[in-house]
Design a protein around this ligand. Structure first.
Ligand code: FES
Length: 129
């Protein structure tokens, strides 16, 4: 069954929504269930100044994305890159085994958003030359 923490994040998700002028966007699909997740980040001084998520996933996906945004906020990009699926599940006091794959989405989407940010930085510089 779900922990109290999962239920609480599911009922009251943090940082849900979209950042229209995001510095990085990560979109991933879950190969297990086909659900989707998007994470938007705003970066300032190498830190995640703002972060939001949108998911077309199950309740556990909502809770894990909510948790991942809390874990990543204000972190440096390097620290945020190190947030793993296991960190997210642990912070939620565990997930039922059949729902562990749902936590993959949140961490993967966060990492994809950071990679997207780096890619954009590079192409911006290229454009200015
Ligand atoms: Fe698809 Fe949970 S069942 S994300």
């Amino acid at each position: 069954m779900y922990s109290e923490k999962v239920m609480e994040h599911f009922r009251n998700p943090r940082n849900m929504g979209e950042i229209p002028d995001a510095d990085g966007v990560g979109t991933v699909g879950n190969p297990v269930c086909g659900d989707m997740m998007a994470i938007y980040i705003k970066v300032k001084d190498n830190r995640i100044a703002d972060i939001k998520f949108k998911t077309f996933g199950c309740g556990a996906a909502v809770a894990t994305s909510s948790m991942v945004t809390e874990l990543a906020k204000e972190k440096t990009l390097e620290e945020a890159m190190k947030i793993t699926r296991a960190n997210v599940a642990d912070a939620l006091e565990g997930l039922p085994p059949v729902k562990m794959h749902c936590s993959n989405l949140a961490a993967d989407a966060l990492h994809a958003a950071i990679e997207d940010y780096h890619k954009k930085q590079k192409s911006d510089k290229g454009g200015r030359k």
